[in-house]
Design a protein around this ligand. Structure first.
Ligand code: HEM
Length: 231
């Protein structure tokens, strides 16, 4: 009797698409834009117009990612990776056992970190719209609120960036820890979209149409345009 090919066995590792193209582009664009926003924010007056544009682009990406979290591919949905404390504790246990954890999308702890990063980025970009400083750099909505409110939101804008840097540091450390201790290259998966997983054919995560992602991105850009025009 011919043995079934190893790839069709449910327990054999197969290359499985886990991240859709829009999520991968979103991630690496976000990395570049966050780095640029941080750098341009430190440069002062001359780079402020670029800091603003980068902030609008980040806000567009964040609104798009929230929509994609409801309408996108299986692994991109919030319902797939925002799990309760029990799942988090179980994952913590799995981290101390030898071998890969075999997560298809985000693991339960990674999912919380993703949510934290998205919330911090939203607060950072949102407060920037209302911020102003002593050099007359003013966000497009700063005149819609009182001077005191604008000052308070500017303080939050300056403070949250520090939390964001810590969260990004932890995020990158976690990814490196997976590489070193679990021999699991999550970074490669964020580029290729694929992981080697022991899952049965037919149970791969569902991928949404990239054209829907494009439509949601355009919608998000229009929302940001409308918000900026309010000022
Ligand atoms: C500005 C810095 C960064 C930010 C704001 C950031 C943010 C995020 C976000 C929001 C996600 C979730 C993606 C999604 O579901 O849409 C994510 C996932 C991920 N990021 Fe980052 N990231 C940053 C830097 C990095 C860097 C430098 C690396 C690589 C060294 C990295 C590796 C990854 C990986 C591998 C995942 C998937 C994790 C998993 O498999 O669950 N990130 N990141």
């Amino acid at each position: 009797m011919t043995e079934p090919p190893a790839s069709s066995s449910p327990s054999a590792n197969r290359s499985v698409r886990v991240w859709d193209l829009p999520t991968r582009i979103f991630h690496w664009l976000l990395v570049v834009l966050v780095a640029f926003s941080w750098w341009s924010g430190e440069q002062g007056y001359d780079w402020m117009p670029w800091h603003f544009w980068s902030g609008y682009a980040i806000l567009t990406l964040l609104i798009y990612r929230i929509l994609w979290g409801f309408f996108g591919s299986g692994t991109a949905r919030f319902s797939d990776f925002i799990k309760g404390p029990k799942a988090g504790l179980q994952h913590l246990g799995a981290l101390f056992r030898p071998g890969k954890t075999g997560d298809v999308g985000h693991n339960p702890l990674g999912g919380w970190m993703v949510a934290l990063l998205l919330v911090l980025l939203l607060v950072q970009a949102g407060t920037g719209l209302f911020a102003e400083d002593a050099n007359l750099n003013a966000g497009p909505l700063s005149l819609l609120v009182s001077e005191n409110t604008s000052k308070a939101l500017s303080d939050i804008h300056e403070m949250v960036v520090k939390f964001l840097l810590v969260a990004i540091g932890l995020h990158v450390l976690a990814v490196l820890a997976y590489l070193v201790f679990k021999r699991d290259n999550l970074v490669a998966a964020m580029f290729s979209g694929k992981k080697l997983l022991p899952i049965a054919p037919g149970s791969e995560p569902k991928m949404a149409n990239p054209l829907l992602a494009l439509a949601l991105l355009v919608l998000s850009a229009l929302i940001v345009f409308a918000i900026v025009r309010l000022g």
